[in-house]
Design a protein around this ligand. Structure first.
Ligand SMILES: CC(C)(COP(=O)(O)OP(=O)(O)OC[C@H]1O[C@@H](n2cnc3c(N)ncnc32)[C@H](O)[C@@H]1OP(=O)(O)O)[C@@H](O)C(=O)NCCC(=O)NCCS
Length: 239
């Protein structure tokens, strides 16, 4: 248990999670300016898929409030927040939140994610979410991940399928998104399900991908080909 907590806190502090093109780490206070810049220029792109932004959403005070909430959640093993960065220039690309961690007989969590509009549709979130699976299944030792998507959110549905989630159901008025209670399609992924193979960059001598990949691991075409010397692959040529 002590080893598990130690490895989690190392991961949350460092740049250990990621693939060849992107890495994920805990949000820091110093990220506020780049976060505000990306979120404000992406507002119209994100608005249909997110809860309504409060008036003070982009203020430093609200950002610090978020950081405090993330810290409380990760300390109590209730949730873990990550920002996604591009390796070759450390540009902030988006975020992924692991929330509603349920222990006991469930051992499950939910995931939510967003990418800034200038970086959309370049494979970044596929690589980021695929890279996070070993953290969720092996480090947190969860059994199941859930995600809920608006039926018309083609990008999010394609992303989840590509990363190995399966469509499992439909929930009426499941979440209040963009000011309305909206029906959602429910997706799930189990620890034993086939997973995309993402080349994991080794940092500080730590390789987070499990030594034995689960059976049925599959390649994801849009993730850059494995190479320690190649930073970026197809995704780094633009933006
Ligand atoms: C969903 C989201 C995170 C995807 O991020 P991304 O980095 O653009 O995703 P990727 O480039 O890795 O693409 C993943 C898959 O989605 C597909 N996709 C991406 N944008 C798409 C779009 N606008 N329409 C249809 N498919 C799309 C990609 O083509 C790819 O599938 P494919 O390779 O099989 O064709 C991003 O679109 C986003 O932030 N949307 C707004 C917020 C949101 O919807 N959050 C999730 C709420 S459930």
């Amino acid at each position: 248990m002590i080893n598990l907590l130690k490895s989690l806190s190392e991961i949350m502090r460092g740049r250990a999670i990621g693939g060849p093109t992107v890495y994920l780490r805990q949000p820091h206070r110093r990220d506020w300016r780049s976060w505000v810049a990306l979120r404000s220029r992406s507002h119209a792109f994100l608005k249909p898929w997110e809860p309504t932004w409060p008036k003070d959403a982009l203020t430093r005070k609200a950002f610090l409030r978020r950081l405090r909430a993330h810290a409380l959640q990760s300390h109590s093993d209730a949730g873990y927040a990550f920002f996604v960065f591009r390796r070759n220039d450390d540009a902030l690309l988006g975020g992924i939140t692991v929330s509603n961690v349920r222990r006991g007989i469930a051992q499950s969590c939910s995931v939510g994610y967003w990418i800034g509009e200038p970086y959309a549709r370049r494979g970044y979130m596929t690589e980021a979410l695929a890279s996070l699976l070993p953290f969720i299944f092996e480090n947190l030792r969860l059994h199941r991940i859930e995600a809920a998507v608006l039926p018309e959110n083609a990008a999010s549905r394609a992303l989840l399928k590509k990363v190995g989630f399966r469509e499992e159901g439909y929930a009426r008025q499941f979440l209040r998104i963009n000011g309305e209670w909206q029906d959602h399609v429910l997706f799930g992924m189990l620890a034993g399900d086939p997973r995309p193979v993402v080349h994991t960059v080794i940092e500080g001598g730590r390789e987070l991908r499990p030594a034995v990949a689960p059976s049925g691991a599959f390649a994801v075409s849009s993730v850059a080909a494995p190479s320690q010397n190649t930073v970026g692959g197809r995704n780094s040529s633009t933006a």
